[in-house]
Write a protein that binds this ligand. Structure first.
Ligand code: 13P
Length: 287
């Protein structure tokens, strides 16, 4: 079943759980996400990072095959453009059939962010698509150097409440302690749940946790209690696949390549299922 995030997140909001949004970048990784959701009877969001969409097959080629997979799935599946900074490209994704987009204008001032996002909300409505936005900023940990989310990057709850009211977004990503990427060994981030609670109390809107990988089970469960209805995970899905490839090639450098690719996306399924369990969305595919 191919759906927008709107209904999915409204149900999650009403029933007090979060839908998992997993980063995929090609047909195989998208298939892994859908397979995990089907095995858990859970609604799921395929998060296609804009940078990945641009550097692998672009939206004109990639979108329709994933939509076909979603339509054939036994559970509700949404396709969301993750971190859509490039607005012209985001519009192309809507045109190609994405059921959801994240309009990420969070680097702009709150007023400019709201103005750009409002325009996308109006456009997305004409496609029946939903819109996520971000207020505040999350750090990123990658080869270019660790940058954890620090104090001035947190979402200001008052700004976020005004933003949701002015733009009419379907979901808002909130910065309250998580960081994109792989945390240093043994590091568990400190989450400021009061930020989420205040925005939830002021709007009742579905809120989003980014940087779910390595955030810690307890932090995730408490996030859902505080009002998070969508949890983004990418890095841990990729690591599970990379570790499978590294292990197989270490044991047998001459391993058959198509079998390696098939084993790789399948190796990520258990990680996704674990996150579905933590998010409370297992068994929530239907009302
Ligand atoms: P991680 O890669 O840290 O899980 O974050 C994913 C994410 O938030 C995508 O927007």
């Amino acid at each position: 079943m191919y759906e927008s995030m709107k209904g999915m997140l409204a149900k999650a909001n009403a029933e007090g759980y979060a839908v998992m949004a997993i980063n995929a970048f090609n047909l195989e990784t998208a298939r892994g996400v859908i397979t995990a959701a089907e095995e858990m009877n859970a609604p799921i969001i395929i998060d296609l990072l804009q940078d990945h969409v641009k550097s692998f097959f672009d939206c004109d080629i990639l979108t329709q095959p994933i939509i076909k997979m979603a339509q054939a799935a036994s559970v509700p599946v949404a396709i969301n453009l993750d971190h859509g900074h490039d607005i012209a490209h985001l519009k192309r994704c809507l045109h190609e059939g994405f059921s959801s987009v994240m309009c990420d204008a969070s680097a702009l001032s709150p007023e400019e962010n709201a103005r750009v996002t409002r325009g996308i909300v109006e456009l997305a409505q004409t496609y029946g698509a939903s819109v996520e936005a971000e207020v505040g900023n999350m750090g990123r940990i990658d080869e270019s150097g660790a940058m954890l989310t620090d104090d001035e990057m947190y979402t200001n709850p008052d700004v976020a409440i005004k933003f949701i009211q002015e733009t009419g977004v379907d979901a808002l990503a909130v910065s309250y302690g998580s960081t994109h990427g792989d945390y240093p060994e043994g590091y568990v981030p400190t989450f400021h749940f009061d930020i989420v609670e205040k925005i939830k109390a002021g709007t009742g809107a579905p809120l989003v946790l980014h940087g779910g990988s390595g955030a810690g089970e307890e932090n995730m469960r408490r996030s859902v209690e505080a009002g998070i209805n969508k949890i983004n995970v990418g890095t841990d899905y990729m690591i599970a696949q990379r570790e499978f490839v590294a292990k197989v090639l270490a044991e047998n450098p001459g391993y058959d390549y198509p079998t390696l690719v098939e084993g790789s996306w399948k190796a990520g399924i258990e990680v996704i299922k674990r996150y579905i369990e933590i998010s409370g969305s297992a068994g929530k595919a239907r009302s």
